[in-house]
Design a protein around this ligand. Structure first.
Ligand code: F6R
Length: 605
């Protein structure tokens, strides 16, 4: 969480920083700030509670010439949302911005006697104090000494007042990338802030000290040895990260799903069968495991729930789905025969990363499904299966979920082939059905009006319930998360048969119930549960496969998805549920792309 950017070079630093902060705002939008240095004037600091737009407005009146500065957009962890707690923080000659959490900051305050001089409630200011404490003219030495004292995750960009044209950076866990082109050096939390200038960048290695100058960037380890970081290239351009005429990123990203699916599926097909040779994923990985543990957070974890419902009956081995924030503190029953599948759009979610590290400690092999190339999770996994969704900017995940599903289907199919659960013909049939999901998604996108009608009814609700059985339950979990996170309507998903064990007490006249019933073998059972809530006044929106027999008195609104095979209904169903959440939020006049209290990349525990 939190977005950080630093710039030194020939351009107007203020402009670069404000533009960069706009790109990074999805990482946090509680407050924003900048600090600028120049050799001819004093350090300039502007920080404001509220979004980047507020900071931008404040900066309009500034008359400043600076070519070196840092900027920050905050997702509050320590200390409330106000101007004082906003970054950058200043201590003596030091000005810095931080993404992460310094866990031992209380202890540091006491040990170094900072109690009386702190002005904010943040852990970051304590770090600033410590850097200043150790700074006697040698920035690298001060950084080395300071980070030895710190426990926790951090990405720091530091300015030293008497070195007005250089930026110093160091990180542990929290992400940070850097790039240099034509007299300009950049550092940022991720490449979205840098791609307007260059698509070549490097990930700052942990515990290495990076110095940005106008004429280049140097990297050294803690012993002072120069290091050559590995250069990476982003394959998408600045246009991909814009709204392209859509009112919100979320709507644009929902519409990008057919393309994202094609980009993720097609390059992995050879003769109509899944083949991961180009990904460097060997079949032995699938052959030699006796169970699968899927680990992820939020939407990615719900993709994992679909993966389990698909894979377990197909592969006939145990498949578990684990919430990364829990798993990381458990003693999981995994060993060298376990395939751990880690799923993460950003590749930076700290709980997922910790779960990955734990899994490897237990000897398990980790295959990660990741969208962001070169991210920490990708780099630390044994094998990576990249999804090709392109940049996902809206905080609520849509296209990343879609391609995570497709990846799990491809992996499930390849595993089934390798393990003898599928012969070639069965695998080829499975892949044709998976490929047919793409036009099914397109068809749903072409018929949005009815979804808008449903959303107008949902927008008035306080609570909503999503129900389904089997795979349908797994889709419902994601549907309810989508609705609650962007529309602020309390939404819960239940296995349909579980309602009458308590939750049905919450059903009143007009309570919306979204029932997903796309699985033939349990269709009748789900319809019975739907009747039970309808009898108690619920307003029922029913989603079935096309051709399903839907009795007239069973629902108030009915959607059908153009898919024949039960295993593949998730793709179009997901689009209906995403659009339902999107239009509900939009009709309520909410900030669809940046819902309150959230951030895109969760890099703190
Ligand atoms: C919800 C959402 C989150 C993320 C979760 C994991 O719409 O986007 O629940 O899925 O924070 O993030 P990643 O996939 O980046 O690890």
């Amino acid at each position: 969480m939190c977005g950080i950017i630093g710039y030194t070079g020939q351009m107007d630093a203020l402009k670069v920083l404000l533009n960069g902060l706009e790109q990074l705002e999805y990482r946090g939008y509680d407050s924003a700030g900048i600090a600028l240095l120049s050799s001819s004037s004093d350090r300039l600091l502007v920080k404001k509670a509220g979004p980047v737009a507020t900071l931008k407005e404040t900066c309009q009146t500034l008359d400043v010439e600076s070519h070196c500065g840092i900027g920050h957009t905050r997702w509050a962890t320590h200390g409330g949302v106000n101007d004082v707690n906003a970054h950058p923080h200043v201590a003596g000659k030091v000005t810095l911005i931080h993404n992460g959490i310094i866990e031992n900051y209380h202890n540091l305050i006491e040990r170094f006697g900072f109690q009386d001089s702190l002005v904010s409630e943040t852990d970051t200011e304590v770090a600033a104090k410590l850097f200043d404490y150790y700074y006697h003219g040698d920035p690298v030495e001060a950084i080395r000494k300071t980070i030895r004292e710190l426990t926790g995750a951090y990405a720091f960009c530091i300015l030293f007042e008497d070195i007005p044209d250089q930026i110093f950076c160091v990180r542990n866990v929290s992400p940070m990338v850097a790039a240099h082109i034509d007299g300009s050096s950049f550092v940022a939390s991720d490449v979205t802030a840098i791609i307007p200038y260059t698509n070549r960048y490097f990930v700052i290695p942990e515990y290495q000290i990076v110095t940005l100058r106008q004429d280049g960037i140097s990297v050294e380890d803690l012993e002072g040895n120069p290091r050559e970081p590995e250069m990476l290239e982003v394959s998408w351009n600045v246009e991909a990260a814009k709204k392209n005429g859509f009112p919100h990123y979320m709507l644009k990203e929902i519409h990008e799903q057919p393309e994202a699916l094609r980009n993720t599926i097609l390059p992995r097909l050879r003769d109509g069968l899944p083949d991961f040779e180009e990904d460097g994923i060997p079949d032995d990985l699938f052959r030699n495991c006796d169970k699968v543990a899927i680990v992820a957070c939020g939407t990615a974890m719900y993709a994992g729930m679909v993966g389990k419902a698909l894979m377990e009956p197909l592969l006939k081995i145990p498949v578990s789905v684990n919430i990364a924030s829990e798993y990381r503190y458990e003693s999981p029953l995994i060993d060298e025969h376990t395939l751990v599948i880690v799923i993460s759009q950003s590749g930076e979610t700290i709980d997922t990363l910790a779960a990955l590290r734990l899994s490897r400690k237990y000897g398990a092999k980790v295959l990660s499904i990741v969208n962001v190339k070169g991210s920490t999770i990708a780099r630390e996994s044994d094998y990576v299966f990249y999804t090709h969704a392109g940049p996902e900017i809206a905080v609520a995940s849509t296209k990343a979920y879609m391609v995570q599903l497709a990846s799990l289907y491809l992996i499930g199919c390849r595993m089934a082939m390798v393990r003898g659960n599928f012969d070639r013909e069965e695998a080829s049939q499975f892949i044709s059905r998976l490929s047919a999901s793409v036009p099914a998604v397109e068809k749903v996108l072409a018929k949005k009006d009815k979804i808008k009608t449903a959303a107008s009814l949902l927008a008035k609700a306080q609570d909503a319930f999503f129900v389904g059985r089997g795979l349908d339950y797994a889709f419902s979990l994601e549907g309810s998360l989508k609705l609650k996170e962007i529309s602020y309507i309390h939404a819960e998903a239940y296995a349909a048969g579980e309602l009458k064990h308590g939750t049905i007490a919450l059903i009143e006249e007009h309570t919306p119930v979204i029932a997903v019933a796309t699985q033939d073998h349990i269709y009748g059972k789900t319809l019975s549960n739907v009747r039970e809530v309808r009898a108690r006044g619920a307003f029922v929106i029913l989603i079935t496969k096309c051709g399903a027999e839907v009795p007239e008195d069973v629902c108030d609104l009915h959607f059908s998805v153009p898919v024949t095979y039960d295993q593949f209904t998730v793709f179009p169903v997901a689009v209906i549920l995403q659009l339902l959440a999107y239009y509900t939020s939009d009709m309520k006049g909410l900030n669809v792309d940046k819902p309150r209290n959230l951030a895109k990349s969760v890099t703190v525990e």
